[in-house]
Each structure stands twice: as C-alpha cells, then as structure tokens.
Design a protein around this ligand. Sequence first.
Ligand SMILES: [Cu+2]
Length: 456
Amino acid sequence: MTNRRSFLTGAALIGAGMVTKAGAASLPEAPMQSSAATQPPLSPPNGRPYNPVVTLNGWTLPWRMKDGVKAFHLVAEPVVREIAPGMTANLWGYNGQSPGPTIEVVEGDRVRIFVTNKLPEHTSVHWHGQRLPNGMDGITGLTQPGIDPGKTFVYEFVAKNAGTFMYHPHADEMAQMAMGMMGFWITHPKDPALHAVDRDFVFLLNAYDIDPGSYTPKINTMTDFNLWTFNSRAFPGVDPMVVRRNDRVRIRAGNLTMTNHPIHLHGHSFEVTGTDGGWVRPSARWPEVTTDIAVGQMRAIEFIADEPGDWAFHCHKSHHTMNAMGHQVPTMIGVDHAGVAEKINNLVPGYMVMGDKGGAMGEMKMPLPENTLPMMSGEGPFGGIDMGGMFTTVKVREGLARNDYKDPGWYRHPKGTVASEWTGQLPPAPRAPGAPPPKPDEAMNIKRDGDMHHQH
Ligand SMILES: [Cu+2]
C-alpha cells in the first residue's frame, strides 16, 4: 500500500537559494511505502507511455506532472526495513523504505527531484550513470553544498539517455550507503517498442553487518558483512520473480556493496543486453548463465523463459547465500562433538559449532538470538533449501495473465521428472585411498541423514 504523507511545505524546510528556482508552493507530496513486499508495476498515469518495471521487494515513486516537468519528492530518513520475516533493521532510506523507490522516466523527460533531508547529518543525491549538467551530479563539496538536516534541495535535468541507473548519496558515503541509502532509476526509451520485454525486474545488491540481537548496521565494516541482500531482503524474504512461459524477461541489478557478485540463473541462458553505460549492441552479446557484477556496476540480462519450473537465481559466492554467521567458526567435519555444543552453550550463550557432517545446520537445534536469521533457511516442497542471503527463484508458469506477478506456489513437476532415491541393487561402496575407515554405524550408509535438512 502506498500511503500519502501530508508534507510540511514551510519555508524552514526549503534550502535557501533553492526557493526561487522551483518555488516552494510547487513541492509535490512525498508518497511513503510501508511494506517491503514487491508492488505491482506503476502504469504511467500521464506523460509518455512506457512499459513499467517491477522492483523486487520494492516500488516505483509516483510523480506529479507540472508544466510538462515530472516532479518527484524523495525524503531521506531513518526507516525500519524488514530484512526477512523475523528480522528488522534500523536503516536509512527514502520515503519509508530502504532501498528507496525506483524512479521511472522516459528518455527526453525533464525531471525535477526534490530531496528533503530528515537524517541527522548532511546528505546529497548522486544520479549514477546519468548524463546531466555537472552541478546536478550531487557530489557534496564538489558540485553542491551538502543538504543539511531539515533542508530540501531540488535537482533538475533532462533524462537524456535511455537505460539502467541508480541513485545514492555522495556525502559521508561509507556510512550512508552502509545504512542502506540507495535506489534504482530507469530511463525508458522514447519508443516503447525499443528493447521491449514482457517482464522487467530490477533490484540492487546490498550488504549489511548487523550483529545477531542488534538492529543497526556496523558502518565501519569493510568486507566482512553478515547479511547479503537483494534490495535489502535476505532469502527466504526475497520474493520470487514470477514469469509466464515464453515471456521475454529482463532482470536488471546494480551493485552497491563492497565486493563483486557473480549472479547465476538456473535452467536458462541469458545475454547481457545493457550496462550502466547503455545498451549492448546485439553483435557484442554472448550467451551466459552467470554474469559478474562489479562494485558500482549495473547489468541488464535478458532471456526467453521457455522452461517451466522454479529456477534458482542467486549470487554464486557461496558465502553470499548465507545469513548472519561468524567466519571465525572452526570446521568440525569429522569431529564427534555430540552434546558438546549444548554444554558450552550453557556457559557461553550463543556459542555455535559447525556440524560434524557438513554445514547443514539441522542438527544444531540451538535457539537463535533475538532479531537475526538462520544461516541457511527457506523451506521448499522437498525440505530445507539450505540457502539465505542473495537467493531467490524465477518461477516460470504456463498461461499467466499479463500483469500477474502473484506467487503461484511451488512448481508441480510432471511425473517422472524429479530426481529420486535409487532403490535397486547397490555395488559395494569403494573408499577413496587414504580416507579414514568407516565408523561402525556408517558402513553402507550411502543415503545421507534426512534429518540434516530439518526445519530450524
Ligand atoms: Cu555475492
């Protein structure tokens, strides 16, 4: 639900010197979003037509058309973001959520963006990737003074190039981006038939370091984050991307973390059709199933969703499909520590050991501290998915309505198309040279313990 926030238009909120430029009376209202769920695409109520995008676990900012100018109002402010059911974070964002709303305009539009600062320190907004006048680039100290707390600045430029962009502060950047200040920007082509797809999903890659039991990111963390997120949501909190079979699908992602993310799609191959610099010429594209997105980059991938099913879509760095975990944990594979963890936990609350059979945490049965997420979770139709963080699914279904993005539930596999246990004769299992001898209870035990994939 988009709530309308009645907004103070008092002169006290208007940055001195900016008042005359746009006029205080023309400040559009700042719509606010209270939900972290994926909102339906916003069909343009006025202006040039375009095919709207769907922001994964996000929304598009409505605008007010005034004298042929698209006017938006962003409010930079502290927000409470649900990272996944069971965990919220005190972040900074825009208009009620982090990331902020997606801004969608059309190539050639004149755009006016009011930015009101309700943070405790100055900020600015940089329009990453845009061709614009230097003074609209949003670099505190270099191209403008910082927007002090309580002030409103206005940015205005023509969206010259169609493509995939983002916005973020260029003011105390390390702290403000670690707190979640960022958003997506799409400039649609003037001709809606150009680069047209049936479904167009967008999201940002972000990361937070929030200790279990606390709510605020540690902003000085450089690389060792413990929450890897798509649009500030961690699996199983990330919505699926629902598409109709044989749709042409575009997924655009921008990376505002501190490391690269090789993004991998199952069951299909795709082409990178756009970057933050523009569209990739068809002759320069090649098929891929994984594309690496470096820090500060955007990638648009496209494919025909011709294989029905629930297809995994995730970062291929295995530590990025995990939720809050410590990296100082010893590897305990092969060590018999039955009962030890529970005893230590009586003395040291929160103590955890990795499993002795691997990493699957089903056997741990340890209470989680307040406000955190299990490392790997998400229940699928066959049990635990053992994934967290930067993971979701592309759900390809027959015959969906054009605007139907509802989660259709789990895929029902045609009979005989699911991997299953072999129940016929087995040859004796050889052991690798040098492997430790089997424990008595392990002899011939080829099937792994089903309890390891147990609900946490
Ligand atoms: Cu990653």
